[in-house]
Design a protein around this ligand. Structure first.
Ligand code: ATP
Length: 571
């Protein structure tokens, strides 16, 4: 089995910003404007205590004009700050949304072009979570927490400058009384937060993946009576998440040490400042400015603790998203094809000595060789588990073989760009994918987005107009993605119409085994008969009537071609 990279549950968070920089670089202009505006807003807020101090001085000197001036300045600073802050938030939200949009688009594009084998190796809920809710969390961090984080960082720097300017002695006392216990408490919190939050995110992803898998397999679980087994597994994962979330909460409690240190520092400064004023060594205004600025500093420190928690969660989310982008970039390489070779519109599909395994050492296909000349019509038959679906996926270029090669018109599939490949070889799986919407919208899910006229043409060609007319609202009939409204056979009819619209050189149909009523089966067979004659048709056939209609057969038995010679045509 070729090495298929699997996404890491808790990827390393070190250097996460450096790794994210290539995605941020295109938006550096708006980020710089947003940061500058935000820092200016913070600066105006930091100037408020000095203005209050100045007002106190004016009162003490009995200068009414000075007092009015101070009040006007106070009002101007508050208004200016509000305008600057809102503008900064808007810029930041805009820059952040752009970054997140780029990340989301890159993730979706990489997933869309990732080999099927890679997608199947991941837990589906995990991929979904990384590309939806974790990106949404990141967006909300950028919109709401990042502006606060910038403001807090600004306050810490500017307010410390104000404190130093007014009294370096009091600042020294503040630093000695407050900083050591506060820093210790913060480090204690951070040490725990890193692992606790990462574990919580990983457990949350596991619960989402288990839940999604359970919902997808509901029918199977119910039919096997295995719901309790699944519920037990879900309970176990849920319990782990519960414990991880509780551990995170305990870690958050560690940050209370900072509040305690603040109370002690407040009391110390008030007593010392008061004594200095009584002794005539310091004006009242200085103590007032100091106490106000100190409050601002503490509020920022409190906010910082909460924000660091958010920052930690976002770092984990960002690391998981970058892990997805890096891993998909790695698996993506080479799958785009050289694009140099001339590829014919029609040609022989040739499989040469194919080997394939899902699990190391267990070959599902061994030395399989077969030819499907242009315009040939073949059945692919064999007992359950003999490897028919796997061979079909290799023939369609959805899996890369572990050994051997598939060529179309002489060109290895690996050298054909994916877009070109899809136009030439198309696989209709047993369970055709439908999306929530109308039948028309589902039929139009092909690269050319055909109009109604072309849809009618395709339906007419395949003899499927009576089927559409028989639906409740014709082409406007609503179908749900869970497919309750369409049978497996009808979904395959949708697949066949899409195929007629794409007009591939090779059409591979993995015939639905269950739920095909005789009328739909007849419709599928008629549609297959009416597909253009120069197209090769390969049908993984389960029904004898289908096998009888096809002039050639490739038989698989335990992963080997039992007989790849064309069978004599049947009447
Ligand atoms: N994604 C997978 N991971 C691991 N093993 C797989 C996977 N898909 C198929 N297999 C195994 O590979 C073997 C061949 O499966 P495949 O679906 O190709 O057979 P098949 O002939 O199409 O069977 P059926 O007629 O029942 O659809 C089986 O043993 C199956 O269990």
């Amino acid at each position: 089995m070729a090495d298929v990279p699997v996404l890491t549950e808790s990827p390393a968070q070190s250097g996460v910003l450096r790794r994210a920089w290539p995605h941020l670089r295109p938006h550096r202009g708006s980020i710089a404007v947003a940061v500058t505006l935000s820092l200016l807003a913070t600066l105006s807020m930091t100037l408020l205590p000095p203005v209050v101090g100045w007002a106190i001085d004016q009162v003490e000197e009995g200068d009414g004009t000075g007092l009015y001036l101070a009040a006007a300045m106070f009002a101007a600073l508050v208004t200016g700050r509000m305008v600057l802050l809102r503008t900064a938030e808007l810029w930041l939200a805009r820059a952040g949304e752009r970054v997140v949009r780029t990340l989301r688009e890159t993730a979706v594009a990489r997933l869309a072009s990732a080999p099927l084998r890679f997608l199947e190796a991941q837990r589906s809920g995990d991929l979904l979570r990384r590309t939806t809710s974790e990106i949404a969390d990141l967006a909300s961090f950028v919109r709401s927490d990042l502006p606060d984080l910038l403001a807090v960082a600004g306050y810490l720097v500017f307010t410390t400058t104000v404190l130093l300017f007014y009294s370096w002695q009091l600042t020294l006392v503040l630093v000695l009384v407050f900083l050591p216990p506060a820093v210790l408490a913060m480090r204690w919190f951070q040490r725990g937060a890193r692992t606790a939050f990462a574990e919580e995110a990983a457990e949350r992803a596991t619960v989402a993946a288990t839940y999604r898998e359970g919902v997808e397999a509901q029918e199977l679980l119910a039919s096997r009576g295995a719901e309790t087994e699944w519920a037990r597994r879900f309970d176990r994962d849920n319990e782990k998440l519960h414990r991880a979330a509780f551990r995170s909460e305990i870690v958050v409690l560690r940050s209370s040490g900072v509040t305690l240190a603040q109370g002690v520092a407040d009391a110390a400064i008030l007593v010392l400042g008061g004594l200095l004023v009584i002794g005539g060594g310091m004006p009242v205004s200085t103590v007032a400015v100091f106490v106000l600025a100190m409050r601002q500093l503490f509020e920022s420190a409190n906010q910082l603790t909460a924000l660091i928690g958010q920052l930690q969660t976002s770092r984990v989310g960002l690391a998981r998203l970058l892990d997805l982008l890096d891993t998909t970039a790695r698996v993506d390489t080479g799958s785009a094809g050289g694009g140099q070779a001339e590829i014919g519109e029609r040609g022989t599909l040739h499989a040469d000595a194919l080997h394939y395994s899902y699990v190391d050492g267990v070959w599902v296909l061994r030395d399989v060789s077969c030819d499907f000349p242009a315009g040939s019509r073949s059945a692919l038959v064999g007992p359950t588990g003999s490897g028919k679906t796997t061979l079909a996926k290799l023939l369609a270029g959805l899996y890369e073989p572990d050994g051997g090669q598939v060529r179309f018109a002489g060109v290895p599939l690996a050298d054909i760009p994916p877009g070109e490949l899809r136009k030439r070889i198309m696989l209709i799986p047993q369970r055709v994918h439908v999306v929530t919407g109308t039948v028309r919208e589902n039929l139009r899910l092909v690269p050319s987005s055909p109009d109604d006229e072309r849809l009618s043409w395709a339906l007419g060609e395949l003899g499927l107009l009576p089927w559409i007319e028989g639906l409740a609202d014709g082409l406007d009939t609503e179908v749900s993605a869970t497919g309750d409204t369409l049978s497996a056979g009808e979904r395959q009819l949708i697949g066949l119409v899409r195929a007629a619209l794409v007009d591939p050189a090779v059409l591979i149909l993995d015939e639905a085994t269950a739920d095909v009523d005789p009328v739909t089966a007849e419709r599928i067979e008629t549609a297959l008969d009416r597909l253009r004659a120069d197209r090769s048709l390969i049908v993984i056939a389960h029904r004898q009537s289908t096998i009888d209609r096809l002039p050639h057969a490739v038989r698989l038995h335990e992963g080997r071609t039992a007989r790849s010679e064309p069978e004599p045509s049947r009447p």
